[in-house]
Design a protein around this ligand. Structure first.
Ligand code: HMG
Length: 388
């Protein structure tokens, strides 16, 4: 029996900034951001969106009533959670009308935990072939105004339904993974912004990828020619390109060009959204599936997941015959088209308007067109509203 991703869906807030505007405001050359970092736009979350609402907004678009009745586990991966005790998965279970006999859990290990959630889902479904597991990877990447990491912020959520005989792709049992205690990026409990040793983190990312790639090759006897495309965690899209370039010399020029072309497809949406931490590799997978028209059923894809701190995993997926039917094909183009551009000063105000630390605060939700929004905090309890 094959197990894998049956459906995927995405959500990101309705505001964005242009990286040329940000470069001008920060006194940088626009090409540093556009080419050197590889980002053109950045999603900006208003106070009315958090990881719970974004996760619910992503998953809601793909779930049928039957799915909601049959889901056995909700696994919520995030590193920008809203509570130290209560899991975001319990909130989304209620918002989405998922049955009360589902297990709910929140996972954390920087950007890596979405992959752990996916593998847990795969293993659960392998043991319980009738089961459906909902995996949500949702985050708001915040480094702070005027910081080196600012150009790599972003926000959004990817939702995946894991089942037997999946529509999109099977998750093959060939993972290699590793962990090492490294201070490249972290966020202390009392801080709403991440602390990062930027260049060190990029070097560790490449080291982990190379070590896992060598281990994967040794364990599976497969090489780059085995794959139609490599999908990467994309904290900024140049990062994946650097890792890919590290291994490209292993294959012919023709294969190198094919892999680079697929890479362009896989970073198309990430360039416009920014880092969404746990969901970034899976947004990149969606981007590949929706933008690479040379993909075919049976193609194998390799995916490299990296989370600072640090943990990495590399595994393969096999595309299924009607993989497009598991995606909402116009979802991302429509979402991007409907977004509103913010000036840098509007973004800076929005950035400062987080509800974290409030005991009582009402938010104006009239400008947020998403189905699920945060309307405020009452007695330290988050108030979630379904708008339509
Ligand atoms: P920086 O120091 O501002 O940038 O920070 P830089 O000086 O290194 O320049 C960046 C690139 O732009 C360079 O290219 C320059 O040459 C180029 P590279 O040498 O790297 O190929 N450049 C130009 N290109 C064209 N025209 C120009 C021009 N000027 C310069 N005019 C840094 C960059 C990424 C360090 C910073 O943004 C940062 O700290 N970001 C956050 C950390 C990060 O994303 N790390 C990635 C690996 S860790 C990870 O993936 C985990 C993470 O997602 C978190 C988690 O796990 O939870 C972050």
């Amino acid at each position: 029996m094959q197990v894998g991703i049956d459906k995927m869906s995405f959500f990101s807030p309705q505001h964005y900034i242009d990286m040329v505007d940000l470069a001008h405001a920060r006194g940088e050359e626009p090409d540093k951001y556009l080419i050197g970092i590889g980002q053109t736009q950045q999603a900006v979350a208003p106070a009315t969106q958090d990881v719970v609402t974004m996760g619910a907004n992503a998953a809601d678009q793909m779930l049928t009533q039957t799915d909601r009745e049959e889901i056995e586990e909700v696994i919520f991966a995030t590193e920008s959670g809203v509570d130290q005790s209560k899991s975001a998965a319990v909130y989304v279970q209620k918002l989405l009308g998922i049955n009360r006999y589902a297990r709910t859990i929140e996972l954390k290990q920087a950007c890596y935990s979405g992959t752990y959630g996916l593998m847990q889902a795969r293993d659960y479904v392998t043991l319980h072939p009738e089961a459906k597991v909902l995996v949500i990877a949702s985050d708001i990447a915040r480094y702070g105004l005027n910081t080196g990491g600012e150009v790599t912020q972003g926000a959004g959520a990817v939702a995946m339904l894991v089942t037997a005989n999946p529509t999109i792709a099977t998750l093959n049992q060939d993972s290699v993974f590793m962990s090492d205690e490294i201070m490249d990026f972290w966020r202390p409990n009392d801080s709403s912004t991440a602390v990062v040793d930027g260049k060190f983190s990029a070097n560790i990312y490449r080291d982990f990828f190379k070590e896992l790639w060598d281990r994967y090759r040794a364990q599976t006897s497969r090489d780059l020619n085995s794959f139609k495309a490599l999908v990467f965690h994309l904290p900024f899209t140049k990062m994946g390109l650097k890792a890919l370039r590290d291994v490209l010399p292993e294959v012919s020029e023709e294969k190198q060009n094919a892999l680079l072309t697929s890479f362009e497809a896989s970073r198309h949406y990430n360039k416009q959204i920014g880092n969404l931490y746990t969901g970034s590799a899976y947004l990149s997978l969606m981007s590949l599936l929706l933008n690479d028209d040379t993909l075919q059923a049976g193609d194998d894809l390799a995916l490299f997941s990296y989370g600072s701190g640090a943990e990495g995993e590399l595994f393969s997926l096999t595309l299924q015959a009607n993989y497009n039917q598991g995606l909402i094909t116009n979802q991302l183009p429509e979402l991007l088209e409907q977004r509103t551009q913010l000036s840098i000063s509007e973004y800076e105000q929005m950035f400062a308007s987080v509800v974290q630390g409030s005991t009582n605060r009402a938010l104006d939700i009239t400008h947020d067109h998403a189905k699920f929004v945060l309307s405020g905090v009452q007695d330290q309890k988050r108030q979630y509203v379904e708008q339509f």
